[in-house]
Write a protein that binds this ligand. Structure first.
Ligand SMILES: [Ca+2]
Length: 174
C-alpha cells in the first residue's frame, strides 16, 4: 500500500499537484471552525482596562484615592460598580500575585454585606475585623487583602467590577 502510493508519486515531475483532500472533509472542517468561532466572537470578555479573573468576573484596579461614595461613582462611570466578587479569594490572590499595595475600597458595607446582596462571610474579614470602625470596607494589604471596615469618608484606592448580568442594578449610596 505505502509502496504503491510512493511509486505513483514518482510519475509526477513538474506540473503535478498533490491530490486535494476530499471536498466533503474540507467543507465539514471549515463549517465546524466557522461555527466554533461564531460562538466566541463576542471579543474579549472584559471591557478595556478590566482584568479577566475568570469565574469571578472582570475587574478594574484604580490606583487613585477617594472616598467610598466617589469610588462607587467612579466605578459606575465605567459602566461597572464597586467590586462584589462571588468569591473573594481569587481577587485577593490576584492582588498578592501582582504586587498590589495599600488598601482598596470594594462593594462591601456593614451591616448588610456585599452591595450585590450577598452576605459577607467571617472568612472574608481580617482578624479582629469588622470592629465597628465604620460602615464601609476596604481590602487591606497588611491582612493579605482581607476586608476591614472603616468610615466611608476615608480615602482609599478602588476596585471596580463589571458584571454584565447586573448592569441594571443600582445599589443605594450611603
Ligand atoms: Ca475596622
Amino acid at each position: 500500500m505505502m509502496k504503491a502510493n510512493a511509486s505513483s508519486w514518482t510519475f509526477c515531475r513538474e506540473g503535478c499537484t498533490a491530490p486535494a483532500p476530499a471536498p466533503t472533509t474540507t467543507s465539514a472542517a471549515a463549517s465546524t471552525t466557522t461555527s466554533a468561532a461564531a460562538s466566541t466572537t463576542a471579543g474579549p470578555r472584559c471591557a478595556e482596562s478590566f482584568i479577566d479573573l475568570g469565574a469571578i468576573g472582570c475587574y478594574h484596579i484604580h490606583e487613585s484615592y477617594m472616598n467610598f461614595a466617589d469610588a462607587q461613582l467612579y466605578c459606575q462611570s465605567l459602566n461597572a460598580d464597586l467590586a462584589t466578587p462571588s468569591s473573594l479569594d481569587p481577587l485577593r490572590q490576584y492582588l498578592l500575585d501582582n504586587g498590589k499595595s495599600g488598601e482598596y475600597w470594594v462593594g462591601l458595607q456593614r451591616p448588610n454585606g456585599w452591595i450585590d446582596g450577598r452576605r459577607d462571610e467571617p472568612s472574608e474579614w481580617a482578624s479582629n475585623e469588622p470592629n465597628d470602625s465604620g460602615a464601609c470596607a476596604r481590602l487591606r494589604e497588611s491582612s493579605d487583602f482581607k476586608a476591614a471596615d472603616h468610615g466611608c469618608l476615608n480615602s482609599y484606592k478602588v476596585i471596580c467590577e463589571q458584571e454584565y448580568h447586573k448592569l441594571g442594578y443600582q445599589p443605594s449610596l450611603q
